[in-house]
Design a protein around this ligand. Structure first.
Ligand code: PHE
Length: 461
């Protein structure tokens, strides 16, 4: 078995964890939800959940990971050997594997669109006379194709694979140190482009103007689920990364920094997207994924086409941003499974990584084909891709999050938790009781309600 790696610096640890958190969820899902559900009012609800539910849970996952110094699959068992809680870790590893399989499909799309942007294909498309339908035809044609998305999936998984086999320090940490600053630079370039469009005031007020009349229980649920997903909770990513933290890493501070960075990226993505969307009359600002792959390439050409080089730079910067954000997330998912496999089966990291990549490729290819040739194969009315999304994001993540909070709030020794949060008494942490209270009551109750609502048991909305 390979010896365990470690992050060599605090900033490396923060950037790697933030890299896991910042992903597609920040760039298309957050702005869309916020815009649709009361703008600034949604933002306030979202921030409440980040602080009250996600931050304590992130602190809990970090503490379990660092204390056990083990992969997520073994961490819970090591923390409490005779109590039978080890299954949470196994559930999280399985969730990470399944999420990686379909997340990598969308990641493959971002790769394809980055190459399209690089070759200025959107400009060529916007010159044809088919109007905006050419962009949706292009997208639909691409995702239903049996070959191209599968090739892109394979390419993306291979890139992830090569980072993973380089190890924790030279692979994960080094890539985060390069990719995350690059991501922030791309965001700034895009903000500058977007703020120069005519839709700027409309776009910003759509995103920020608080409209409390739109806040209802459904929106509150959506905000909580979004915060949970966005911070990569309940799938072992944060626990696994924390097992590589040094004993000097301040867990509560790192967790707060990750929450802040993740929220900043989500809000900034909204600042990029909406002014551009509102510059084109008649476009729907709440179109979800199709906004990113259908509307935006068109918008960049329409709004910035007068200066073609700006349209080119913006399109390329946007898809590169998506690519980088998804890559840092797929790396964290892959690591969860690779570390668990290599350490529990005592096989080399390289071998474990190969098995994970191959397994994800097979499942991912099936998910991808379920949008085209395998479209008729449905379970509970869903194709494979939607089924994976539903089972993982709506069920498994929440179950794992719920039991993690119960485990850390009620089962795990408070002494251990306290020692982790204060680095054995060497750093101050004043909110210990608050964190324990949140883990015992606030987090499980909130997650429980969202879960029951998600599976339709509550049906109160
Ligand atoms: N947190 C990521 C996002 O916002 C999603 C993700 C899910 C990342 C699972 C890693 C693992 O897009």
């Amino acid at each position: 078995m390979a010896s365990r790696g470690n992050f060599s610096s605090k900033i490396g640890a923060v950037l790697a964890a933030a890299g896991s958190a910042v992903g597609l969820g920040n760039i298309w899902r957050f702005p869309t939800e916020a815009g649709r559900s009361g703008g600034g009012a949604f933002l306030l609800v979202y921030i409440f959940f980040v602080v009250a539910v996600c931050l304590p849970l992130l602190i809990a996952e970090f503490s379990i990971g660092r204390h056990s110094h083990a992969n997520t699959g073994s961490a819970y068992r090591l923390m409490s050997p005779r109590s039978g809680w080890g299954w949470i870790g196994k559930l999280e590893v399985t969730t990470a594997f399944l999420i990686l399989s379909y997340y990598a499909v969308v990641a493959g799309w971002t790769l394809f669109y980055t190459v399209e942007a690089l070759f200025n294909r959107f400009n060529v498309m916007s010159r044809g006379d088919a109007g905006s339908s050419i962009f949706s035809d292009n997208f639909n044609h691409f995702v239903t194709d049996p070959l191209m998305p599968v090739i892109c999936l394979a390419a993306f998984l291979l890139i992830t694979h090569f980072v993973i086999i380089k190890g924790v320090k030279s692979g994960i940490e080094r890539s985060a140190k390069v990719l995350m600053p690059f991501l922030f630079i791309l965001l700034l370039v895009l903000v500058a482009c977007s703020l120069s469009t005519e839709g700027v005031s409309k776009g910003l007020s759509f995103l920020f103007q608080p409209d409390f009349s739109k806040i209802n229980s459904k929106v509150v649920m959506a905000a909580m689920a979004q915060a949970f997903y966005s911070l990569s909770l309940g799938m072992g990513c944060m626990c696994t990364y924390a097992s590589y933290f040094s004993s000097e890493t301040d867990i509560s501070r790192t967790a707060s920094q990750v929450c802040i960075l993740d929220t900043i990226v989500a809000v900034t993505a909204g600042i990029v997207i909406f002014p551009a969307v509102f510059s084109v009359p008649g476009l729907e600002p709440d179109a979800g994924p199709s906004l990113v792959f259908i509307a935006l390439p068109n918008i960049f050409q329409k709004v910035l086409g007068a200066v073609p080089i700006v349209a080119y730079i913006c399109s390329l910067a946007f898809y590169l941003l998506l690519l980088v954000a998804t890559l840092t997330s797929t790396i964290s998912l892959h690591e969860v499974v690779t570390a668990a496999l290599s350490e529990s089966r005592q096989i080399s990291r390289k071998r474990a990584a190969l098995l994970v990549t191959a397994g994800c490729f097979i499942l991912g290819a099936l998910c991808s084909l379920s949008m085209g040739v395998l479209g008729d194969f449905k379970i509970a009315g869903m194709n494979l891709f939607d089924l994976f999304d539903f089972v993982t994001a709506k069920l498994m993540l929440l179950i794992a999050g719920f039991f993690t909070s119960i485990f850390t709030g009620w089962v795990m020794s408070k002494r251990i938790l306290y020692d982790e949060l204060t680095n054995d008494g060497t750093v101050k942490f004043r909110c210990f009781r608050l964190v324990v209270f949140a883990l015992r009551y606030v987090v499980p109750i909130c997650i429980g309600i969202v879960f029951l609502d998600g599976i339709g048991v509550l049906n109160i909305f």
